[in-house]
Design a protein around this ligand. Structure first.
Ligand code: IMP
Ligand code: MG
Length: 178
């Protein structure tokens, strides 16, 4: 079994690049069909989605734009909870069909917050496109239209996804050895 070390942990090969790219192509084909005649704005959520977004865009043959956004968390002054805002959004989404591109939906809380923020810009529509989904961990009701692969609740790295900032630069996806 092929294993890699990322910082202090070991990970074993889980999804080979070939399988990932097959699923990315399948999802791009669906988007090309569903969005025929439209000009979507892809909003890729950094950092994790940069590899997926690049491979996805190479398979999308629609007239479209892509922009990269980031969810920034900070402790608010005089508040106990974390304040989270979307930074880098420099495209006018008014009346545009938007496709949010994520690496992974785990609890779904990040995506739910993202949708809340984006809806304030009055887009024509918003669809979610995620590389990975952990259905066993989902806590909110997200209507996920495009999902490449569903995975178990384990922690994974590679193909853009990180463990403590490292491990994003592998072609394949690896799962934590317990
Ligand atoms: P959520 O808000 O719980 O859905 O968390 C989503 C974010 O957590 C993703 O965008 C990832 O950055 C990170 N994340 C969740 N699961 C994993 C994993 O297995 N490996 C690496 N990052 C993960
Ligand atoms: Mg992410």
């Amino acid at each position: 079994m092929q294993t890699i070390n990322v910082k202090d942990k070991s990970f074993s090969l889980f999804i080979p690049e070939k399988e990932i790219l097959k699923e990315v192509k399948r999802i791009a084909t669906q988007i090309n069909r569903d969005y025929a005649g439209k000009e979507p704005v892809f909003l890729a959520v950094l950092n994790g989605s940069f590899v997926f977004a690049a491979d996805l865009m190479k398979e999308v043959n629609l007239p479209c734009e892509i922009s990269f956004v980031k969810m920034a968390s900070y402790q608010g002054v005089n508040t106990t909870g974390q304040i989270r805002e979307v930074i880098g959004l420099n495209v006018d989404l008014t009346d545009r069909p938007v496709i949010v591109v994520e690496d992974i939906v785990d609890t779904g809380l990040t995506m739910a917050h993202m949708l809340e923020v984006l809806k304030k810009q009055n887009p024509a529509s918003i669809d979610i496109c995620t590389l990975l989904l952990k259905p066993g961990k989902l806590q909110v009701d997200l209507n996920i239209r495009y999902c490449c692969l569903e995975i178990p609740n384990d922690f994974i790295v590679g193909y853009g996804l990180d463990y403590d900032g490292y491990g994003r630069n592998t072609r394949d996806i690896y799962t934590l050895v317990k």
